[in-house]
Each structure stands twice: as C-alpha cells, then as structure tokens.
Design a protein around this ligand. Structure first.
Ligand code: PLP
Length: 418
C-alpha cells in the first residue's frame, strides 16, 4: 500500500466495512482520538444506560434491583459477553475489581498451586519493561508470602527462555507492551513455560479488544485485563479475570470476600468458595460503573476480532509509512516492531521532545499520549478511527515538527496524568 494523498485515504474509508461502527461512539467534533489504548471513547449508548441505571434501577428499584435488574449476576454476565474476544469459554470470565487487584488474586492462586506441586519453585519471571503495577503487585505478594519468594526480571523477550529455570513458579507477562506496543507470542511462551513446569499469568490490558487472543487455544493458565482501554467501558471501569477451567477448582484466592462465598446471604462465619469463576469475586460490585462496560461490549458483538485486526494493521502500517515519508527529516525513532506478528494496535515513536510534541498535537485536537522517557504513543482503534484520520494526524504532526510549535513553553508544563 503506497498512499500519497488524503483522497486515497478517503477512498479506503469508503470501502471500509467497519466504518459504520463509528456512529456507535460519541466523539467531539474536531478531535482525532488516538488514545483508546489508555481510555476508550464513549459509546453513544452509555448516556442512556447510565440514566437507566441511576434513575430507574437505583432510583425506583432501590434494593430490589439486586434481583430484579440482574445486578447480582452482572460480573458473570459481562464476563460471558467478553469471553469470545479473548478466546475464553462461557462461565470462564468475570468482570470485577481492578486489573491490579485481579493480578494479585490470580498470581497468588498460581503460586499456591505451584507450592502444592513443587514447593521449591519460588520465582516469578517477568519483564523489567512490564507495566509498573504488575511488577509492584508481584513484589508486594512476594513480600507478603516471604518464604523466599522473589521476582526475576528480564531485559528483553529474548532473555525469557534462559530465565525460566527449574526454580520458576510463574511466568507473568503482559501480552502487548504498554509503551512499545510490542506483542509477545502467547502460544510459544506458554508452551515454553509449561515445558519447564511453570504456570503462566497473562495481562491482556492492551490486547483485549485490540488483537485476537486465544487463551484456551494457547493453553494459558490465568489472565487479567482492563475494560476501560480498547473495550470502551468508561474511566476506571472494572477489570476482568480468567482462569483455565482445569485450574479453577484447584481453587484458592487470598481476597476471600463474601461475594466469592458459596452462599453470601447465608451469612456463615466460615468461608466456603462458590463453584466456578465467581469464587474470584471479593466484595460488593460497583454497579453503575460495571453497567457501562456492557455498552462497549455490545459494539464488539457487531463485528469480530479478525476484521478488527485486519483494519488495525492497515491503520498502523499507514501511520508508520506516512510518518516516515512525511516527517522523515525530524529525529523520530520507531519503537514499535514492524513485523505484524509482534505488533499490537498502537504505534510508538521516540522523539527527544516527545512530551511537548504530544501536548502541541493535543492542542490541535489530535489526542495521543506520552510515556517516559521520550515516547509518543498513538493508539489505533478500528471501531472509530478511519484512514483519513491517520492522514490528518500525520499532517498535524508534520506541522508541529516543521513549525517547531512544541517550543511553546505552554507545551512543556506537566499535568498529574500524562
Ligand atoms: C493499564 C494497565 C494496567 C492498569 O491497572 P489498573 O489496576 O486498572 O490501574 C495494568 N496492567 C497493564 C499491563 C496495563 O497496561
């Protein structure tokens, strides 16, 4: 594909079978939104759904809505809607808590299973470049357990093989790296872990709704991920958690709250786990926020991950090609792998003034984001991003760089969230 004009991009938009899905989102006029990898856009349906939950279910139904509006079963119902997007089966997924908290639960469960099989396995292997919360949670858990548990971090995916030795309990990886957009080979790494006697925990924060995932197909063991990124569930929407059916009943999870009890309303003094995946619930669920997740998932039900992946690769290829051909004289370095098999649905470029460049782009309505030390991230969400959007975003970038607009002191100031 060699694209040289905006007209050609418009022609691609006209032929795009996914283009009509854009109307399912409420995006502000004049904004090109390339940050769906951090906070997905708002599904149009979310406003009416929020009003329904607040005014009717809460306002009118009051306490009765736990039964009459299906609140009690919402984590499982949403899990079943999400399951096909990550290659999971029915009743294998729950939507609950945060990704950080869910990681704590599944990592603890995995270490417990391993402790029973082979107590000498006390190491968690991960990447130093993993999202910080994943590493912090693993460190916190190792500190809590004591007894010699520790974290072994590798500096590149190539080093994973050598790090997974006979002392390793769990290989804990994020499928698509939040900063570089690099995607790991889930099938191969899961096979490698199993061959060495280790279990796998996969973080799908930047995979769910972004790339096809086949948890059961890969024989993975545990997974967690976000709903507020590519799944468009809303700011801080609850996360999800999956456990391989074979491991689910070798159950133990440390946050043994009453929602994971076999009979929460029996009010028994002793904990007995609920059967199935619902045992990974902890306490009372944030219903207003959970309810929004359904609006995002309903849009995915109108397409499939193969179609989304095909367009995602076209969009990211086009962005890379246009940035390199039209902004080539500037000090930009592509951080994201060119190989499709190793690329998620975002493109990252390093630039020495990356922070200010992103601020200048945002001021023009092209919203991407920035991650330390010098990385500009652009997320591509095929549900609502078109080819002409890519063209326009690159033209804005070219203008910001050619005109050195990023030098404006206003673009150097940092907010609490970058
Ligand atoms: C975004 C992200 C998280 C976020 O975790 P929260 O508990 O929702 O704050 C966790 N892990 C990865 C890999 C992420 O990209």
């Amino acid at each position: 594909m060699t694209i040289q004009t905006r007209e050609q991009c418009l022609a691609l938009d006209r032929q795009d079978p996914l283009a009509p899905l854009r109307t399912a989102f409420a995006l502000p006029e004049g904004v090109i939104y390339l940050d769906g990898n951090s906070l997905g856009a708002r599904p149009r349906a979310a406003a009416a759904r929020a009003a329904l939950v607040v005014e009717q279910e809460w306002g009118e139904g009051l306490i009765r809505s736990w039964n009459t509006a299906g609140w009690f079963a919402l984590p499982q119902r949403l899990g079943n809607l999400l399951a096909p997007l990550i290659g999971a089966g029915p009743d294998e997924v729950v939507v609950t808590d945060t990704t950080s908290a869910n990681l704590f639960k599944v990592l603890a469960a995995a270490l417990r299973v391993q402790g029973q099989r082979d107590p000498a396995r006390k190491v968690i292997v991960s990447e130093r470049s993993n999202f910080p919360t994943d590493l912090y949670i693993a460190q916190g858990l190792a500190d809590l357990l004591q007894q010699g548990y520790s974290l072994r971090l590798v500096d590149s995916p190539d080093a994973i093989d050598a790090a997974v030795r006979e002392d390793v309990a769990v290989l804990m990886l994020t499928h698509v790296n939040y900063r570089s957009g690099e995607m790991l080979d889930m099938a191969a790494l899961t096979e490698l872990a199993h061959a060495r006697g280790a279990l796998t925990v996969w973080d799908l924060a930047h995979s769910a709704g972004a790339v096809p995932v086949s948890l059961n197909g890969c024989g993975a063991d545990y997974a967690v991920g976000c709903t507020y990124k590519y799944l468009n569930g809303g700011p801080g929407a609850p996360a999800f958690l999956w456990v391989a059916p074979a491991l689910r009943d070798a159950f133990w999870q440390p946050l043994s709250g009453w929602w994971g009890h076999a009979q929460p309303f029996a009010m028994e003094p002793h904990y007995r786990p609920r059967p199935g995946i619902a045992r990974f619930l902890c306490g009372t669920q944030p219903i207003t926020s959970l309810a929004m997740v359904e609006c995002g998932l309903e849009i995915f039900a109108r397409t499939d991950m193969q179609a989304l992946r095909a367009k995602s690769l076209q969009l990211t290829d086009l962005f890379i090609e246009l940035v390199e051909s039209r902004c080539g004289r500037h000090p930009l370095t592509l951080v994201t792998p060119r190989a499709h098999a190793c690329r998620g649905s975002q493109v990252s470029f390093a630039h020495p003034e990356g922070y200010a460049v992103v601020q200048a782009l945002i001021a023009r309505g092209v919203i991407g984001d920035y991650r330390e030390p010098n990385i500009m991230r652009f997320g591509f969400t095929p549900l609502y991003t078109g080819f002409a959007d890519v063209w326009d975003a690159v033209e804005a970038l070219r203008d910001v760089l050619d005109g050195e607009q990023w030098r404006d002191p206003a673009f150097q100031e940092r907010g609490a969230v970058t």
